[in-house]
Design a protein around this ligand. Structure first.
Ligand SMILES: [Zn+2]
Length: 263
């Protein structure tokens, strides 16, 4: 994360004297603003969804590949193997959707309850709430006088928003959408699950080898993509994902061999 930003800052340090000489102060200010805002917002808002979808797809790839390799090792027919893979995709997608729906809903419930309580406290005891807010800013490093001034101005601007953000840590309350989160999660899982499933369908004669190869390549790509979206080193992220995928397939393969149905 830091490497990209340092390079950017280094570049503009060279550019500053020229800009001053030419009197391009507005450009300087605009560039500084962009530099401050861009990395943070870009990472957390724009690529947050990308990272979540790639991680969901990873789940789909790993669990479906493990299922296929394990069931293939047990020696079932190609048709039974595909039926198992499709059932695994559907069950996995629904499970992801349900998990995401429950998680986002309960998070939204908790935040709503917290905000209701906060709203009542603000109405019943505004003086205490102002002191509470000022103490929060003081603990973050402001002097007592400045903390009080900041608390007063933010209270005048939007008291509930200030308490929600700085006391409760709620920034995104009204954007929590359980149904949307559930659909996105199920969709990402399905896309990932389709990779080993389609490969198993296309290479019915060499299922295990084909699924293992395709899965490791897909995980290498998705692991690197997730790391990039999260601002982490790409190779390390990719290898981590590949390791867990390979482990899953090795274990399910061993389990499948125990249940070998071939005569
Ligand atoms: Zn409060």
């Amino acid at each position: 994360m830091a490497s990209g930003r340092t390079a950017f800052a280094g570049e503009s340090q060279f550019a500053i004297p020229a800009r001053h000489r030419l009197g391009w102060h507005f450009l300087d200010i605009a560039l500084t603003r962009m530099r401050i805002r861009h990395p943070e917002i870009h990472r957390s808002d724009r690529t947050g969804w990308l990272r979540a979808s790639v991680l969901g797809a990873n789940d789909g790839i790993v669990s479906t590949a493990g299922l296929l390799v394990g069931v293939a090792a047990s020696g079932v027919s190609a048709q039974a193997l595909l039926a198992t893979g499709v059932a695994g995709l559907v069950a996995g997608a629904i499970s992801m959707a349900a998990g995401e729906y429950v998680s986002v809903s309960s998070q939204a419930d908790t935040e709503r309850a917290d905000l209701t309580l906060e709203k009542r406290e603000l109405a019943e005891d505004p003086h205490n709430e102002l002191t509470e807010l000022a103490l929060i800013y003081e603990r973050r490093g402001l002097t007592a006088a400045l903390a009080h001034q900041v608390a007063e101005q933010l209270t005048a601007h939007d008291a509930l928003a200030a308490h929600a953000r700085d006391e409760l840590g709620i920034t995104d309350t009204f954007r929590a959408r359980p149904v949307q989160a559930a659909l996105a999660s199920a969709g990402a899982f399905s896309v990932g699950a389709l990779v080993p499933l389609l490969v198993a369908w296309a290479f019915a004669a060499q299922t295990t080898v084909a699924v293992v190869a395709a899965t490791l390549i897909a995980l290498l790509v998705s692991g690197a993509l997730a790391a990039w979206a999260g601002g982490a080193p790409m190779l390390r992220g990719a290898l981590r994902v590949v390791f867990w995928g390979a482990l899953a397939m090795a274990i399910t393969h061993a389990v499948g061999l125990l249940f070998n149905v071939r005569v």
